[in-house]
Design a protein around this ligand. Structure first.
Ligand code: DGJ
Length: 744
């Protein structure tokens, strides 16, 4: 055995944020106040991963790589049988020269070979964070908020440069990573795989957390021990999907909401992805994540460059709540953009579950009038206002008002609603086309379809080929035409099916596997254009609910309809799981009628409201059919939400009791200055003979005294967190409680 040991080299004490390159031992050290990330160039230019975790002031290689001669592990240097890529922690692993684990990228050359050999060439360290062309990404507002390291790796034989980009933020325990491939050679290169990040841990004592689900059952939490071999999550649906989320976390066995280490990865992308955790023969763990290589390739002609989307990697030594708050703060302040980023979001009334496709202007106005009386702020006209859309069989693509329903036109309805004193919002599903539409009759070749085959429909509709710029431009023009009415201040952007028949008439055969990624790039192009053109419009993303609730979409649209499932009990789980990564302000949450449309459950109006008030609040029911008593209750709920909106939308969210583990759910949200907080508790089914519950709040200032706004009881923050409050026992199902406390 031989150990490579560096000499002790004092590195200058950093002021919080630093990226250093130690020329003596060729070590890169990224650090902020709380975390460190360390890599090293070894041998003839291989980059290895040495450390990621709690900040160390100076890294002097106390954990050097141990080199052994291992059986079946090949050696690039014939004179050194202890060196093999198969056994070292590789920073961006390659295929074909000894590392048999899953590679981060793969390239096919013109001669059919898939072997590349990239070595360190040079690096740059600078203040700030670069934008990723045509892709969503986190950003800085001031270059001093972050530092970036770019490492160029080169394969001299073919003229390929792979640039690994790392940004470390000053105020977030986050490292973002992305990769670009530049073909500086003469021959064509075909990227077969191009992941955004890979990390090799020299241990396997982790459990894996992922988020999975289905339509109306999004963001369930899965936690399992990792074992030898690959455990994988993916989407090959053309969207990030509700089935698996582009998120994974490695945690220690004892990690819970408030204790223990968490290493998490979230992919800022809305299309196909893969995330893999591989435990190798020597109990090392490789995690990698990026665009799914299944059904993907990208032709890189001479001079061309390919940029991967970015991955946001967080480290927390204080459990999952801390991980989530890091994502929440980063995403709500440095991923979401536009003027709504820092604004209170309006309380809306949406007509979907109230009327479905069956409405006219008078009906809409009647609902809106009551909404205004009750304190709502925005009316959203959902599906069915355009073409001849009386059900989901027709008209997608024909973004022209249906005069059979709205006889005096859209502008007339907009005026009627805004005259009542509500803002006006409207639904689109711009990425789709119905076969029964004028758009399809004019352009039957505009959808994704394979020549001579009948395309597969989903919800009776086909998907526009957004890999084609002229189609994207049509979408921009059609939506712009409607939004040219400045009284329309909100858009709900829906997407109700996944991609099939992936083939584009604009691409040669060799580029067909680019179509799914080009679709997403086309979508991002449309969204960039529209959001820049209409900065005063609040965009909400939706994909049959949370079918595409991801960080990529949040870059363009700062809120997402969390789920088509509006049942309060189901929503506890869906919102709890969603909160792992996304903050309450991004989670559209509405009160709907009972029996619930999705599951038939009857829950109290108060419980439905408390669950919805934990997010971005609204209503979605026929207000003309509710009783006077319900009106009074709703009026009061809206009044309360307006009082707590600032805390819910801009505060710090703490999960207390998990609906995945018990019959209860609880969370509290604390204002940034810790002077106010809101607590919520839900008990799903009544139970006899159980313990009397004591609930402990989290994240308060232990030295503050807080007064319960309703009862005027006063307790110290320390008492509320450590001693807790006793909950009275009630003999009924679906109990909910909301507390508001304020510092005195
Ligand atoms: C799916 C959405 O999630 C619903 O809220 C609604 O907008 C329908 N589509 C309309 O078709």
């Amino acid at each position: 055995m031989c150990i490579i040991k560096s000499n002790y080299l004092p590195i200058e004490e950093s002021d919080k944020l630093n990226i250093t390159y130690n020329t003596e031992n060729k070590t890169f050290h990224l650090q902020n106040n709380n975390i460190s990330y360390v890599m090293k160039i070894i041998k003839d230019g291989y980059i290895v991963h040495l450390y990621w975790g709690k900040r160390v002031n100076q890294y002097n290689e106390s954990n050097p790589i141990a080199f052994y001669d291992r059986g079946f592990s090949p050696n690039p240097d014939p004179d050194d049988r202890t060196f093999s890529l198969d056994t070292i922690p590789c920073e961006y692993p390659t295929y074909g020269n000894g590392d048999f684990r899953t590679p981060a990228y793969q390239i096919e050359l013109e001669n059919g070979s898939r072997v590349t050999d990239v070595r360190y060439k040079e690096h740059r360290i600078y203040d700030g964070k670069p934008k990723l062309d045509g892709l969503p990404s986190t950003y800085v507002e001031n270059d001093l908020e972050a530092k970036t390291l770019e490492i160029d790796m080169e394969d001299k034989l073919i003229g390929l440069t792979i640039t690994l980009t790392y940004t470390i933020f000053k105020d977030f325990d986050v490292i973002s990573r992305s990769v670009s491939f530049k073909n500086n050679g003469k021959e064509n290169l075909k990227l077969e795989k191009a992941l955004s990040a890979s990390v090799d841990f020299r241990e396997k004592d982790f459990e894996l957390i992922t988020l999975y689900g289905a339509h109306t059952n999004e963001k369930n939490i899965a936690r399992r021990p990792i074992i030898s071999g690959i455990q994988m999550i993916e989407s090959c649906r053309g969207a990030s999907s509700p089935q698996q989320s582009p998120f994974l976390a490695l945690v220690r066995k004892n990690t819970d909401e408030d204790n223990g280490e968490v290493y998490s990865f979230n992919f800022v992308y809305s299309g196909n992805f893969v995330g893999q955790v591989q435990v190798d023969q020597y109990c090392n763990t490789r995690v990698n994540i990026g665009i799914n290589d299944f059904d993907f390739s990208w032709l890189l002609e001479s001079g061309e460059r390919f940029q991967t989307p970015e991955v946001i990697m967080t480290y927390s030594s204080k459990g999952l709540n801390e991980m989530s708050r890091t994502y929440h703060k980063l995403y709500s302040t440095r991923l979401c953009r536009g003027e709504f980023r820092d604004k209170h979001r309006p309380i809306l009334i949406n007509n979907w579950e109230a009327t479905f496709f069956d409405f006219n202007a008078d009906k809409i106005e009647d609902i809106a009038k009551i909404g205004k009386e009750l304190g709502m702020e925005l009316f959203v006209l959902d599906d069915g206002w355009f073409g001849k859309r009386s059900d989901d069989k027709s008209s997608l693509g024909d973004w022209i008002v249906d005069r059979n329903k709205l006889s005096k036109g859209l502008d007339d309805l907009v005026n009627r609603i805004t005259n009542i004193g509500l803002e006006f919002g409207i639904w689109f599903e711009p990425e789709m086309i119905s076969e029964d539409s004028d758009l399809y009759r004019t352009h039957p070749d505009w959808c994704l379809r394979v020549p001579n085959r009948i395309p597969t429909v989903g919800r009776n509709q086909l998907v526009l080929d957004l890999s084609r710029k002229e189609i994207c431009d049509y979408v921009i023009a059609a939506i712009s035409n409607i939004l040219s009415n400045p009284l329309i201040t909100y858009v709900k952007w829906d997407m109700n099916r996944h991609l099939t028949d992936i083939w584009s008439s604009s691409l040669p055969a060799i580029r067909q596997k680019e179509t799914a990624h080009r679709y997403i790039l086309g979508l991002y192009y449309i969204l960039e254009e529209l959001t820049l053109k209409f900065p005063k419009v609040l965009f909400e993303s939706c994909s049959s609910g949370g079918g595409r609730f991801d960080a990529g979409m949040l870059y363009y649209m700062p809120q997402t309809w969390t789920s088509d499932n509006t049942d309060a009990v189901c929503r506890m789980k869906i919102q709890y799981g969603t909160s792992f990564v996304y903050p309450p302000i991004t989670m559209g949450a509405h009160v709907s009628a009972v029996p619930n449309n999705q599951v038939g459950r009857i829950t109290p109006l108060e419980t439905r409201a408390h669950v919805a008030m934990s997010g971005n609040f609204g209503y979605e029911l026929d207000l003309t059919k509710i009783t006077e008593k319900e009106k009074e209750l709703i009026k009061e709920q809206i009044k309360v939400y307006k009082e707590i909106r600032n805390i819910v939308q801009f505060g710090d969210f703490y999960r207390i009791l998990s609906p995945f583990e018990c019959n209860e759910t609880a969370w509290n949200i604390v204002s940034e200055d810790k002077e106010e907080f809101v607590g919520m508790y839900f008990k799903i089914l009544s139970e006899p003979g159980t313990a009397i519950k004591i609930l402990k709040f989290k994240g308060l200032n232990p030295d503050y005294y807080y007064e319960n706004i309703d009862t005027k009881d006063v307790y110290g923050g320390d008492e509320l967190m450590n001693v807790g409050i006793t909950l009275t026992r009630e003999k009924k199902d679906f109990i909910s409680k909301l507390w508001r406390f304020k510092k005195i």
